[in-house]
Design a binder for this molecule. Structure first.
Ligand code: ADE
Length: 246
């Protein structure tokens, strides 16, 4: 996968050199480039923002540097069907399903906005020649798109073949498609007793069926308590009660 990230704070993306994403870059699974938006400015102050038409607080990112950046990274007529991801709190909320979709792409260009956002004509123009997805990390406001770009890059890159040593860990974890959308069950390691707290005895039983049943029960209970919105309907007591009545 090729990944181009554009920001006025390229240093913000330095952690992508670390850990599994860094390794994916070094082994060639990901071809990553972080670009300073200011290289596409032409004035002495390398200006990327201006006051908003119509008034109001804050500044807006100028269209020209973004237009030039996108022309340089995706020259008109480029083959390969790249996707432009624009980080914005007004975008589609990022989730595991979107991470999985994006992991199937060959080329992602990630635009990190700052201030009150990017002049709306940038996305409008990009849509005329590219697939564009405005993406939000969640329902809260960050100072800019960089932290969202970090999170999204990590969530996508770890799904690429060869990035995670044991692919089984991808299917067992929270929000994974093969896990019914349940949260992950609690996990334990040695020692068996720690500060007066014991590991649940079933985990020492060696009985795989019982362990699997216990983990499933824990996952369902956790999901019911913490994220009832994620609970599949077959675990919803109302749905179960109606099915028994019928
Ligand atoms: N920029 C500011 N807030 C953001 C958010 N929640 N997601 C993506 N980009 C952002």
């Amino acid at each position: 996968m090729r990944l181009d990230i554009v920001s006025i704070f390229p240093e913000y993306l330095a952690p992508l050199e670390l850990s599994l994403v860094g390794k994916a870059v070094r082994t060639g699974i990901v071809e990553l480039a972080v670009h300073d938006l200011r290289q596409w400015t032409h004035d002495r102050h390398r200006t990327v923002d201006d006051t908003p038409y119509g008034g109001g607080a804050g500044m807006v990112m100028k269209p020209d540097p973004w237009g030039e950046a996108l022309d340089a990274l995706v020259p008109p007529g480029t083959a390969g069907d790249p996707v432009l991801l624009v980080m914005t709190p007004s975008g589609r909320r990022f989730d595991q399903a979107l991470a999985a979709e994006l992991a199937g792409e060959r080329h992602l260009v990630v635009a990190c906005g700052r201030y009150e956002g990017i002049d709306a004509r940038v996305v409008e123009h990009a849509r005329s020649r590219l697939r564009v997805l405005e993406v939000s990390l969640g329902d809260y406001v960050l100072n800019g798109g960089e932290a969202a770009a970090l999170a999204i890059t990590e969530a996508v890159v770890r799904l690429l073949p060869g990035v995670i040593g044991n692919p089984a860990s991808l299917t067992e974890e929270s929000h994974a498609a093969g896990h019914d959308g349940l949260l992950e069950y609690p996990v334990y390691t040695k020692p068996p007793s720690w500060r007066g707290l014991d590991v649940p005895p079933v985990l020492f039983s060696g009985h795989h069926g019982q362990i699997a049943a216990w983990r499933r029960e824990q996952a369902v209970e956790r999901t019911r308590q913490r994220r009832p919105d994620l609970l599949p309907s077959e675990y919803d007591p109302l749905v179960v009660a109606r099915a028994v009545e019928a």
